[in-house]
Design a binder for this molecule. Structure first.
Ligand code: SAM
Length: 310
């Protein structure tokens, strides 16, 4: 069912309340071309800033959503965005105002408080202010990313519009959990559309896995094989390449996935070095999804394909 979105967000792009390194915000339009025209529920086991759920809701491509991220503070932040958007926007505005003239030490104070109490507004403020919107923890689970001194974070009015816009799109029809992806996959229904964007393999350094959750490549591949058995509809963003240099392990051929390369833009590193190299990201489609899209001729014209329970 269509939802009301603030006039600022009616045209163009969906609202993005959570600044997040690795967000699929920029690629969302390209990825969405490989979604069925409409599904009953979309599931994001590695949601992060949930760029694909927001894009699907914005384009009315799903009725219900399941946002999961094993990183507990992120799931808590999503809960607050959807259940108390105004309260969160007010608290963010208060923090944003208090930093003025005192930015560096205020950031450190908020970071200290977050590491003790894990309040959601502190987490949002840290993400808005830290370098590259990157969630980084030390080995004892303390958020330790430093502030970006060139920016003050999204202005309160902009952040309010994004928070309230996201709530208008997703509240009342979204389940939020903070579990390991394996548990989410076990609970998926046959007609769910599952979009997976796991973290770069083996990056976790913190002892407490709630703060820097990760995945094992082999276990992930096994879980995809199990989804194939159930004929699940899923997509995975995984490895990629810049020019000829690839990053991340690719997914094995025996999973029978359709691999698509999406142009993710020009590499800033290569541009600095005077090379015009483009970065591509792999998007893999499950066999069942691939067949469904093929039946509807080409992905771009996948009109009239309706899957899922009603
Ligand atoms: C690359 S990010 C996803 C970005 C997301 N597509 C977006 O648009 O923002 C991967 C996410 O997976 C989460 N994660 C890592 N290991 C996980 C696990 N074992 N189970 C569930 N979530 C996990 C991380 O906390 C992180 O937010």
């Amino acid at each position: 069912m269509p939802r009301a979105v603030s006039s600022k967000h009616k045209q163009g792009h969906p609202p993005h309340p959570i600044p997040y390194q690795g967000s699929k915000r920029v690629l969302a339009g390209s990825i969405l071309q490989y979604f069925p025209q409409h599904v009953a529920r979309m599931v994001e086991p590695f949601a992060g800033s949930a760029a694909m759920s927001l894009a699907s809701a914005f384009q009315q491509r799903a009725d219900h959503f399941w946002i999961n991220d094993a990183h507990q503070p992120l799931a808590d932040l999503w809960r607050e965005i959807l259940s108390h958007p105004r309260r969160l926007a007010d608290r963010y505005a208060a923090l944003w105002g208090k930093q003025l003239g005192n930015e560096r030490s205020f950031y450190n104070d908020v970071r200290r408080q977050f590491n003790t109490t894990h309040q959601v507004e502190h987490f949002l403020f840290l993400l808005a202010r830290c370098t590259k919107a990157c969630v980084r923890y030390n080995a004892s689970g303390q958020f330790n990313n430093s502030p970006d001194h060139r920016r003050k974070g999204a202005k309160p009015a902009n952040m309010r519009a994004r928070i309230e816009g996201a709530a208008a799109l997703l509240a009342d029809r979204t389940t939020i959990t903070s579990d390991d992806y394996l548990s989410v996959l076990q609970h998926c229904q046959p007609n769910d559309l599952i979009y997976m964007d796991p973290p770069y393999q083996g990056v976790s350094t913190a002892r407490d896995s709630r703060y820097a959750p990760s995945i094992e490549h082999d276990a992930f591949c096994e879980s995809l094989a199990a989804l194939n058995q159930k004929e699940s509809l899923y997509l995975v963003s995984y490895d990629g390449r810049t020019g000829k240099k690839s990053f991340g392990e690719s997914l094995p051929d025996d999973l029978n996935l359709q691999r698509i390369e999406l142009k993710a833009g020009r590499s800033s590193q290569a541009t600095l070095l005077g090379r015009a190299e483009v970065t591509y990201e792999s998007l893999y489609l499950s066999p069942t999804l691939s067949a469904l899209l093929n039946r509807a001729s080409s992905p771009k014209s996948a009109v009239g394909v309706t899957t899922g329970k009603r």
